[in-house]
Structures are given as C-alpha cells and as structure tokens.
Design a protein around this ligand. Sequence first.
Ligand SMILES: NC(=O)c1ccc[n+]([C@@H]2O[C@H](COP(=O)([O-])OP(=O)(O)OC[C@H]3O[C@@H](n4cnc5c(N)ncnc54)[C@H](OP(=O)(O)O)[C@@H]3O)[C@@H](O)[C@H]2O)c1
Length: 213
Amino acid sequence: MQVTVLGATGRTGIHVVRMLAARGHTVRAGLRSRKRAEVLQGLDVRPVVADVTADPDDLVEAFKNSDVVVNTIGAPDPEPESVNLVDRDGGITAIRAAEKAGVPRFVQLSAQFADSPDQGDRLVRSILFAKQVSDSVLRKSALTWTIVRPGTLTDEPGTGRVKAARHLEPGRIARADVAAVLVGVLAEPLTENRGFDVVSGDFPVAPALAVLD
Ligand SMILES: NC(=O)c1ccc[n+]([C@@H]2O[C@H](COP(=O)([O-])OP(=O)(O)OC[C@H]3O[C@@H](n4cnc5c(N)ncnc54)[C@H](OP(=O)(O)O)[C@@H]3O)[C@@H](O)[C@H]2O)c1
C-alpha cells in the first residue's frame, strides 16, 4: 500500500512512519518543512513537503497515487489562532486535497471529546472545537474515512494493548500505541467510515479493532 503520512516529524507521526515502513508499505513522509528531514534519517521512506497551510495544489501533488493519507498533524501551539489555522483549516485543506488527488482513504488522528467538545477539558477546548469541524468535513467527504480519537497522549513506551469503542471514559495512551492503531485500521475494514475513542487497555490492536461497536 502507498501511504502518505502528514506530520511525519511529529511525536506520533514518526511512530506511524516507522511502523508502516516496517510492515513493507511504501511511505511518503509529509514534512512541514525540509529543515526537519533529518528526523527521517535511516528510514526507508520518501520525504515530501506537505504543509497544510501552504498552497493546496502542492498537497494534491504530494498525495497523488496514494492509497491512504494518514493525518497526524497538530498545531505547534495551543492558541486558538494557531489551532484553527492548522487543525481546523489545514485539516480541511488536506481532506479536499486528498479528494482532488483521487486518494480513496483518509485516516485522521483526532482527540477524545472532539465529537462533544463542550464535555472535554476546558484547557484544550479550542483544539477540540477545531478538530470537531475538520472531523465533520471528513465524515461528509467523498473519502473512505476513519477518525481515531485517543485520550491524553504520553511518551511512555507502547504496550501494544488498547481499548477502543465508539465512546470511552477519559483515559491516557502512549503515542506509540496510537500509531499502532492508525496503522492497524488499514487492515481492518470494520474501521471504514467509523470514528472511535481509544485509550490504553488490555487487548492487542487487531482484535480490539475487530470488535468495534
Ligand atoms: N497531547 C494530547 O494529549 C493529545 C490527545 C489527543 C489527541 N492529540 C492530537 O494528536 C495529534 C498528534 O499529537 P503529537 O503530540 O504527536 O503531535 P506533535 O509532536 O506536536 O507533532 C505535530 C506534527 O504536526 C506537524 N505540523 C504542524 N503544523 C503543520 C503544518 N502547517 N503542515 C503540516 N504539518 C504540520 C509538525 O511538524 P513540525 O515537526 O515541522 O513542527 C509535527 O510533525 C495532534 O493533532 C494532537 O492535537 C493530542
């Protein structure tokens, strides 16, 4: 499968890129800027500049011939202006570019409570509202979509074990485990046109995704 990953230099994105390459996928690693390409050193992936706030035609070009786009981007700071520019408007730009490039599938890294931001932590509410908008555009798009809504992200080592369901109590999850889920959905048709929460849990990723409610 040819997979383009947006936010490949991010703390979750880099796990996604590594896991995809290890599974033999052809990976295009989307960078906001070439300046950070050294993060990909030693990986069998093709770097491609993919800034969601730049010219949308460049994104279309970056996505061409991809079977899937996996969007792991996040705004560099939590101010509403930045979040709206990157997570909301940039997310929408990426969705539209994928449609234009003829990409069949789009996997979005969202956040727990992005589907009900008023119930989420007030400190991250602007992020949740921004993601709610781009998630909703994705659901209504021409793409086969998957929206993964993790709890609070940690940099602890991955356990490979998760809990996934339409809605879960607030929880935490290692970025490496979120990455395993983002990669795992590519092999599980039940995750097509689905959004679900995911937190750390007891089940290996594939069986956890295979029993989604
Ligand atoms: N923190 C949490 O507890 C939590 C919980 C649930 C969900 N999330 C969400 O999970 C996602 C990943 O989080 P993370 O902490 O792993 O992210 P991160 O380490 O902050 O990485 C964000 C990535 O997005 C890229 N990026 C920023 N602006 C961009 C742009 N204009 N165009 C293209 N790429 C751009 C960054 O590129 P550079 O490397 O060049 O800056 C980086 O690769 C985010 O959307 C976040 O909101 C976070």
